[in-house]
Design a protein around this ligand. Sequence first.
Ligand code: ADP
Ligand code: MG
Length: 598
Amino acid sequence: MVLRLLPETLINRIAAGEVVERPASVVKELCENSIDAGASHIDVTLRDGGQSLISVLDDGCGMTANELSLAIERHATSKLPDDDLVTINSLGFRGEALPSIGAVARLVITSRRTGTDEAWKITVQGGRKSDPEPAAHAQGTSVEVRDLFYATPARLKFMKSVRAEQNQAVEILNRLAMANPNIGFTLSDGNRHLIKLAPAQGELFSARMVRLMAIMGRDFADNAMTIEAERQGVRLTGHASLPTLNRGNGAKQFLFVNGRPVRDKLLVGAVRGAYRDFLASDRYPLVALFLELPGEAVDVNVHPAKTEVRFRDAGLVRGLIVGALKHGLADAGHRASSTVSDAALGAFKTTPASYQFWGTSRPSGSMSQTLSDRSQEFHRPLDDRNAPPQARQVEDLTPHDDIPDDYPLGVARGQLHATYIVSQTSDGIVIVDQHAAHERLVHERLKAALESGGVARQGLLIPEVIELDEAAVARLLERAHELAELGLVIEGFGPATIVVRETPALLGDTDVKGMILDLADDLSEMDEALSLKDRLGDVVASMACHGSVRAGRIMNGAEMNALLREMEATPHSGQCSHGRPTYVALKLHDIEKLFGRR
Ligand code: ADP
Ligand code: MG
């Protein structure tokens, strides 16, 4: 055994294992250097997913010949001027990226320092460094990395497809771009731009919104709440989507700590906690949140890739995020996302195909019912018992043009398909999904009742006896105490039977059996560690489903208007417990567009 110090090239190659995992990590390190250098434009080119070439050009401060030779030395950095690891104001600080890249690829850096008129070039190949030579370059720096991992074939084997590596690079650059809206970014594959972001002007919030819209899409901009909060020197700003705009995974949840994109489980957990009452557990809102906190409150030096952080007081940060999001949700409770009415309008716009029927060309096949057949149907006397055209008029109407301004959800004009309430507002129409709305209202009423000391129950005249399988009975009885708190009183009655004695008064007439069966199903899927209160949304959904205002129930005018008024008075009533909208508002303006009047 020979104990020895490793040669520098080998040390750098080992370090590169952590810093340079794949092409996207090279893009990240080089772009961070450009951002630290004060660039206002950064142009990235990738060939073959970055394997044959990664080049990054910036217009930052640049380097002198001397600085160039130092920059490629291990642990050489200009970014810790006071040897202070606590207050880190730059993205880089470890002085590792350039030597690591130089150890596993062919690296060429060309640069011209601000205020000088000569440019210099330096190369590193498999760890061997050249001296700086004169070159031609505008102010700024360009770094070219060729044949990535040629010096470490083992790593080369782990490269994924060109498309996959490219996507990773796009992801990483987008994150950096979100945190730096004032810098212009492009990413090209040599033929076309995968990213093209102009520098966004203006103060932080508006510039950031422009940038977020370019990356996250117009929907996000239209349906995001603005978040702003501060607690004990920790500041949180950013944007988060209304519950009605959500995704099937957390890929569109971004967290930045002191301008640094990070991945942190804390964010995912905090977001989930805040949206718990508004979203099914497998749906994720879109968020971009920016935390600013003093250096001593966070450690960014956890891993060479610098994408992990450690908070000194994680509870404080979590509380701040949950609180700020909940606050935003309370304020936004009445906004159902505009994507919903846009989608509805889009659907209307695609209907012209069906107008054909009335046109000159006779449709064929099953559609070939003649106009006169149709009109006979139309004139057939209505049979009231199973009246098929399901529009019901509201008896107690206000005069048509007289919609009070303080009725944002308008005055009910009718019920369609025993499911939708259509109302007239001062500037359009609103279609309410009575079932979803009712579910939300029950949810909020239950929550309020729980907080103020108890849910009112209503005794059943004749207790309901329900047969279930034994496992279901056991599950329900295990939760009997919790269910009683929610107003549902059950007892065991033999191994496979349950007796229901009382139901929550606020549900009204209830299909007790259906409700119990659904609850038993819910409980089988629910995490045993969670209390029913934690999953109130799911429980309420099952309860409300069998309550008095379920879909398919005919409502009279007074009932409909009462529902609308209660929705207006209830926070969060724009979406049901699963993040679906409870109503869609169409403005006259948009309706006029549909008819080509505008
Ligand atoms: P770090 O970023 O941690 O300091 P790097 O190895 O990434 O370490 O870079 C080493 C040094 O090279 C930086 O501290 C900086 O002074 C200089 N440098 C690197 N890239 C650029 C650039 N694009 N423009 C100006 N200076 C740069
Ligand atoms: Mg760096």
